[in-house]
Design a protein around this ligand. Sequence first.
Ligand SMILES: Cc1ncc(COP(=O)(O)O)c(C=O)c1O
Length: 430
Amino acid sequence: MSEYKTIFQTISATAEAVVEDNGYYGNYGGSFIPEILVPAFAEIKEHFEAIKQDEAFWKEYCSLLADYSGRPTPLTYADRLTDYFGRAKIYIKREDLNHTGAHKLNNALGQAMLAKKMGKTRVIAETGAGQHGVATATAAAKLGLSATIYMGREDMERQYSNVFWMKRLGAEVIAVDYGSRTLKDAINEALRDWVSSFETTHYVLGTASGAHPFPAIVSYFQAVIGIEAKEQILRAEGRLPSRVYACVGGGSNALGVFQAFYPHDDVELVGVEAGGQGKGSGRHAARIAYGEGRAGVAQGFKTLFLQNNDGQMNDTYSLAAGLDYVGVSPILADLSERGRVRFTAATDTEVVEALEIIMKTEGLIPALESTHAFAGAFNDITESSGSDIFIINMSGRGDKDIFNVAEGLNDDEWKAFIRRKARQFEDGAR
Ligand SMILES: Cc1ncc(COP(=O)(O)O)c(C=O)c1O
């Protein structure tokens, strides 16, 4: 019991440091919701405040993380990658080793438990890369809730293996066929569902964005990443890292790993956005790094969005479906404005190059999302020295990206295999 209490107290102290009472983080955040959802948000706020004080809740949460998800995840010293560059010492926080292969399960389990506390029988979620959808379907199966997952058609094509798993895990997957058919459109559809279903249904938002208190809730459940990483690096090196790198879609893995280091000004926190086809291409999702995001209100909150002069959301693009989002966490927008988090972007080309280096030096296959964090660190590494320590948050594993990566690497054997398989299905159908 005392062990759970310690973890919970550290989680709450760390997450509390970024949570402001009115849901604003400097100029960003807030809650811009339709009137019909006011009772749903009031209920969530009330229960979120209650679970913060509820030791039994945290005991169950921490034991699910330990015995079901497999936490703590290791902090791996990347000796061969370190030798490859001959500069900073590189450590990798292994969120890929969570059950379901990404950091998303930390939040999905916590929110599914919150849903049960509120007496809900159903959860809904949006997903981009599919990892949050798989995590939500998994948490729903484990806790006995029904699940509906919204996903843009474009993302379903890119991440079909996750669609397959969500369905097999018992979730209903609904394709979203309008807009850019990616994450922002999936969020709109999930909100539409929620308006008519909140009495029975909790919306398990997958990232540290959306209306208050979602950024706070997600930060809370993800704080465990940085708490572990900080303890682990102190144990391994006896000191804090020089820099911590994380990719930024909506912002949940970044805030998860950053929060514990937030009070230590000498630790540089670096968020890596999707540079896609590069600055000026109009084909990216770098809201802060390319200086193109402008303050606006959409999807229930105020943040930096990629938008045109009329305030219409621009289409975004990234090779990594999970980073292809038009806005950014209001907490990160504020931390950037206050100079506490530096933003940079990695292009698709840099990401594919980084992936090959990581696979061949360390035998690791990061998700394309996570590979952005690596590519951001590799772009900076020439300015570092042997006395620096980098932590890179590997937010997920790359198995789900097999189709995109094989295409990106133009792998002929893979293409031949796909043709063979297609022929077999066609012959079987005749
Ligand atoms: C493995 C992985 N990393 C990162 C992200 C980006 O989300 P966030 O910025 O909330 O961590 C996703 C989103 O789907 C993901 O699947």
